[in-house]
Write a protein that binds this ligand. Structure first.
Ligand code: SF4
Ligand code: SF4
Ligand code: SF4
Ligand code: FES
Length: 360
């Protein structure tokens, strides 16, 4: 029993029946450009693309017969004939839909060897800081174009030129970095082959479900881990907040986690460049840290322990109340942390001077 308005392809998928498909992506509208999903429908003269054909009551569909298989093989051979087919060196190998289709459908080696292979040898666009576009691996499925239009709403790319020269292009064929592309990576995420590939591509060995720390939207994401390092991030399709979508920060901005520059201990500006950490937060007879009058002086940072840092901050805050002090919270904190911070500011510091860096 299929849903009303479903296509033959989605109805078959729901019923566990395999129909090959390359240009279909469930997140965007169907265009029916690859023709690999052709099926035969009783009473109709020509095979029809399953991804563009709406089911009807009493419809009899043949998803596989010798003629359909022959057609699919020929179409696949034509797609492969101008594809830069070097799977061994391709980062997408193992997760590539074209590879999967070759394994499923196969091709006639004799006929394929007689096809003229037109190596495109087009320049690879490496201008985007996060991903590369290799037009030689593009199969013109248009998923990226539909994604940029329907999901990102940016329209940074479109199909340009005609026939053999048909390709994905920015306006006036500029490099991606000079286009209106906002680097959200939504297109890259959906590209079925190795044409749009993240710059630092590594296969994760496990995934951890978490929440993006960058802003108050709180998008759900999965971090792909290899060893002890984050190597990719992908949106959580089930998250009611972002439904799998991510912005440039959530998708690519995870380098800080493993950065050697990341602070792992509190730092304090020392008044004496030879000062040892333990001497930094000694208290004077009034209970104030002896460094306090000197904190603004030029000096170098030294590492101190969390206990020392908290004692220093607590004893310093004790000297201010009401309008003498204001507090700024962070969008990177959780809602709970932000709640506690405003409570602390209002109750302990006795001020309503509390704000937040991103009131989303
Ligand atoms: S895109 Fe797919 S088929 Fe093409 S080289 Fe890469 S892995 Fe092979
Ligand atoms: S990264 Fe985002 S904005 Fe840029 S082309 Fe892809 S979908 Fe469009
Ligand atoms: S870049 Fe990828 S998603 Fe875009 S048309 Fe080419 S193969 Fe399809
Ligand atoms: S998946 Fe139907 S035409 Fe491409």
């Amino acid at each position: 029993m299929a849903d009303e308005g479903a296509t033959v392809l989605t109805a078959a998928q729901d019923a566990g029946i395999y129909i090959p498909a390359l240009c279909h992506c469930p997140d965007v509208s169907s265009q029916g450009v690859c023709r690999l999903c052709l099926v035969r429908i009783e009473g109709r003269r020509r095979p029809e693309p399953a991804c563009r054909t709406i089911i009807e009551e009493g419809m009899v569909v043949f998803t596989d017969d010798p003629e359909i298989e022959r057609l699919r093989r020929v179409i696949l051979e034509l797609i492969l004939s101008d594809h830069d087919f070097n799977c061994l060196l391709c980062p997408k190998s193992g997760q590539c839909r074209l590879q999967e289709l070759v394994n499923r459908i196969g091709f006639d080696e004799h006929r394929f060897s007689r096809l003229e292979h037109t190596a495109k040898d087009l320049p690879i666009d490496t201008s985007n800081p996060f991903f590369d576009f290799n037009p030689n691996k593009c199969v013109q499925c248009t998923i990226c174009v539909r994604t940029c239009h329907e999901i990102a709403g940016i329209d940074a790319i479109d199909m340009a030129y005609r026939s053999d020269n048909l390709r994905v292009s920015t306006f006036a064929n500029k490099p991606l970095k000079d286009s209106v592309c906002v680097s959200c990576g939504e297109c890259m995420e959906r590209c079925p082959v190795g044409a749009l590939i993240p710059k630092k591509f590594k296969h994760p060995t496990r995934e951890v479900k978490t929440t993006c720390p960058y802003c108050g939207v709180g998008c759900g994401l999965y971090l792909g881990i290899r060893g002890n390092t984050i190597v990719r991030a992908r949106g959580d399709d089930e998250s009611p907040v972002n439904h799998g979508g991510l912005c440039v920060r959530g998708r690519f901005g995870y380098d800080f986690v493993n950065s050697p520059d990341r602070l792992s201990l509190p730092l304090m500006r020392a008044y004496d460049e030879y000062a040892q950490p333990s001497s930094v937060v000694e208290m004077n007879e009034e209970g104030r840290p002896i460094t306090l009058p000197l904190v603004k002086r030029e000096g170098k940072f030294v590492e101190i322990t969390w206990d020392q840092a908290i004692r220093y901050v607590a004893s310093s805050l004790a000297h201010y109340k009401g309008d003498e002090i204001a507090a700024i919270s962070s969008a990177r904190c959780t809602n709970e942390e932000n709640y506690l911070f405003q409570k602390f500011t209002r109750v302990a510091l006795e001020t309503n001077n509390i704000d937040h860096c991103a009131r989303l």
